[in-house]
Ligand binder design. Structure first.
Ligand code: BG6
Length: 364
């Protein structure tokens, strides 16, 4: 049942505020993260290894910033199909964490099996608690997103981030990087996110108007710094997968090392620039695009648009968010999915997904 939506993907995008709120309440019902602490000893962990495929891999890349910055925990993120064949060394004191919506993706499962007799513990973050990946983990944490029918992950991505944010906060506490007051503050910021995602989704009409122009592009670039960098990768992946428009995501600072050559007035460049510590840096990369007659689509808040909106092609103003690591990425996760869905709706949206369809369970 698509609940009045044209596609399951649209329905699932609009479910994000609700499922995220449920997930956050489950993992932090009060002012402390309530995860099984015995099974999650981040104080003794020397390295966190995060492994996944596709969108789940981008959730891991976002979480790397949180684990490193909040908890000072060294972190590696790997694509499962690379990790499993590379035979990487895994320290006995490492925690290996596998993220998968379906819990059945063959490469992620094989990577888990590779690490299982090497790492201190195997944790998984899954949407299907009865899945193979969940069953073969020491601890499986459900993301509580409900069935995701759309093949391209949307609400599952959001809730993967929700669980990973709670894990990062727990790691920060266990490693002595935050005190109780800071934990309460971080959780309060997180709890505000579903409301902000709601506000971002309310921009639907505006997004649809703007993406009409995007649908004419042959190629699109997404730029971001910090945790916005993996979101740039996710935005590009979604646009390719759903709208069949060629897109690439880059770390803003890498633009000048090659991809700038692609920029001209036919290539929209979507710049994700929240008003955080990296804002000025991202805006300066944006100026490089403008200097080449690039068509910049700036996604920022009202203050960011006021400062940097001159000369850009389009601006999408999304709610202002406390300059806090977790909240920023979560709110924008909802926006990039919505944006990729729009051009597809106008053009081609691929075959309708079958109920119960999950990620690629085959070999890759
Ligand atoms: C891909 C899907 O085939 O599988 C992606 O299109 C998904 O959206 C990826 O992220 C991995 O799937 P899973 O189930 O392991 O998260």
């Amino acid at each position: 049942d698509k609940a009045g939506h044209k596609h399951f993907m649209s329905k699932e995008i609009f479910e994000q505020p609700t499922v995220l709120a449920e997930c956050l309440t489950h993992y932090a019902p009060g002012d402390r993260v309530a995860l099984p602490e015995d099974a999650l000893d981040f104080a003794q962990t020397d390295r966190l290894i995060l492994v996944a495929c596709g969108t789940a891999n981008y959730a891991c890349l976002v979480a790397k910033y949180w684990f490193e910055q909040l908890a000072g925990l060294p972190c590696e993120v790997d694509i499962a199909s690379e990790f499993r064949y590379r035979a990487p060394p895994v320290s006995e004191a490492a925690t290996a964490l596998f993220v998968s919506q379906s819990g059945e993706t063959a490469d992620t499962l094989a990577a888990l099996r590779y690490a299982s007799d090497k790492a201190a513990r195997i944790i998984s973050v899954v949407n299907v608690p009865q899945s193979s990946i969940a069953r073969e983990s020491d601890l499986a944490l459900p993301i509580l997103a409900g069935v995701e029918v759309g093949v391209a992950s949307t609400k599952a991505f959001m809730n993967q981030l929700g669980v990973l944010a709670n894990l990062a906060i727990l790691a920060a506490r266990q490693r002595g990087h935050i005190d109780a007051a800071r934990e309460t503050e971080l959780l309060a910021t997180l709890r505000a996110v579903p409301g902000l995602v709601n506000q971002a989704l309310a921009l639907e009409e505006r997004i649809q108007k703007q993406t009409g122009k995007l649908a004419e592009a042959r190629s699109v670039l997404f730029l971001g710094r910090g945790a916005m960098f993996p979101l740039a990768l996710e935005g590009a992946l979604k646009l390719k997968e759903i709208s069949y428009i060629h897109a690439e995501g880059y770390a803003s600072g890498e633009l000048k090392h090659g991809p700038i050559a692609l920029v001209d007035k036919t290539v929209p460049v979507i710049v994700m620039a929240p008003r955080d510590a990296l804002f000025d840096k991202t805006v300066s990369n944006m100026q490089e695009v403008l200097a080449r007659d690039g068509r910049v689509w700036l996604i920022t808040d009202a203050e960011g648009a006021e400062i940097a909106g001159d000369g850009v092609w389009q601006t999408l103003i999304i709610p202002r968010i406390e300059p806090d690591l977790c909240a920023h990425a979560l709110c924008r996760a909802g926006t990039v999915d919505r944006l990729s869905y729009s051009p597809a709706q106008r053009h081609r949206c691929g075959p309708a997904p079958q109920p119960g369809q999950v990620g690629d369970g085959g070999m890759s």
